[in-house]
Design a protein around this ligand. Structure first.
Ligand code: FES
Ligand SMILES: [Fe+2]
Length: 344
């Protein structure tokens, strides 16, 4: 199995927030190096599975996200309340129908964030370590998903991740977007295999505007700066002042020619209906700016050839690329661990 598939298989991945799957039949679908993965609400219980009908493998969900009952259009099998329902069961030998089950994956909560695991090497709390508390706090300060943005990045996934891990490119690539915040060099923290970058906003006009918005939100956790969290190996969370959070998955594709990129914007709860009306243009503009930032990142990432990436130490590492150094160390550690497990 390839490095990408092994990583996908053996880590937990943040796939959704409780608020985007509140109603029965809400679902979200992902492409992964192991095939499709769907998370859906089965009458209040979340279920993750491979999007294949247990009868003869027809795909159940074809949209990226939405609300749709689990029903197979091929021969009419359905799934409800934890059971596969087969029409005309008398057509089958009794033994053949004893236990048609979904090919389901493990789920684990961190606050209101939900993670999926195929065969994770560690528990979710071990994987997240000291990051757990920050993620719980963020998850409890999210009211709703506001944007869902998906397209293939035309580059190998570690190139997109490493781009997201360094602020070195911000002045040249995000001139009219992220660079306008005037982010200072900030501070990196390494939390197990994960990393966090916190950088104050030095543009005092923007900082003042952002501080002034606080009265419109009903939040009990806020970092009044730019926050960028990397959850090894494929997920980033970013936020400016905690009024909204952008979560990006850079899942590997089956080839290194592209990456399954999904970004979602989640808004913090507002203080009142009136406050919600006032912040609406701000949230719309945040969603639009985020889309622009990712388009800028995509344009530069697709200019890097996939064979430019290895897990070897960077030949030239600036002080702004420490998180890449750490990321590559984690990749090498994972490879050694996997090789050792495969031998034993
Ligand atoms: S493949 Fe789904 S019911 Fe036959
Ligand atoms: Fe960027």
């Amino acid at each position: 199995m390839s490095f990408d598939s092994e990583l996908f298989k053996h880590y937990w991945h943040l796939v959704a927030h409780r608020r985007e799957l509140l109603d029965a039949n809400d679902f979200v679908k992902f492409d992964t190096p192991l095939g499709e993965l769907v998370l859906f609400n089965d009458q209040g219980t979340l279920v993750a599975f491979d999007n294949k009908c247990p009868h003869r493998g027809s795909r159940i969900y074809t949209q990226d996200c939405g609300n749709q009952a689990w029903a197979c259009g091929y021969h009419g099998w359905s799934y409800q309340a934890g059971k596969v329902v087969v029409p005309d069961p008398q057509r089958f030998e009794a033994c053949a129908l004893n236990s048609p089950v979904l090919h389901a994956y493990q789920l684990e909560w961190c606050g209101d964030f939900i993670f999926v695991g195929i065969e994770p090497y560690s528990s979710l709390s071990e994987q997240l370590g000291s990051l757990t508390e920050t993620l719980e706090n963020i998850s409890f300060n999210i009211a709703a998903r506001r944007d869902f943005n998906r397209y293939p990045f035309e580059c190998y996934w570690p190139i997109a991740i490493e781009n997201a891990l360094e602020p070195y490119h911000i002045p040249l690539i995000h001139t009219d977007t992220l660079a306008t915040l005037g982010l200072t060099e900030g501070v990196n923290r390494f939390e197990g295999c994960n990393s966090v970058w916190r950088a104050p906003v030095s543009n005092s006009r923007i900082a003042k505007q952002l501080t002034g918005l606080k009265r419109l939100f009903n939040i009990d956790y806020q970092e009044e700066q730019y926050l960028s969290i990397f959850i090894f190996p494929f997920t980033m969370i970013s936020s400016t002042f905690g009024y909204s959070y952008s979560i990006q998955n850079f899942f590997p594709a089956k080839t290194s020619a592209h990456t399954h990129f999904t970004s979602r914007l989640y808004a913090a709860p507002t203080a009142s209906d009136n406050a919600a009306t006032i912040v609406e243009p701000f949230l719309l503009s945040s969603a639009a700016t985020n889309r622009k930032v990712f388009a800028e990142d995509h344009a530069v990432c697709k200019n890097v050839t996939s064979d430019a990436w290895t897990a070897d130490p960077l030949p030239f590492a600036s002080t702004l690329e420490e998180k890449i150094v750490h990321f590559r160390e984690q990749c090498r550690t994972f490879t050694s661990l996997t090789n050792a497990r495969n031998v034993s």
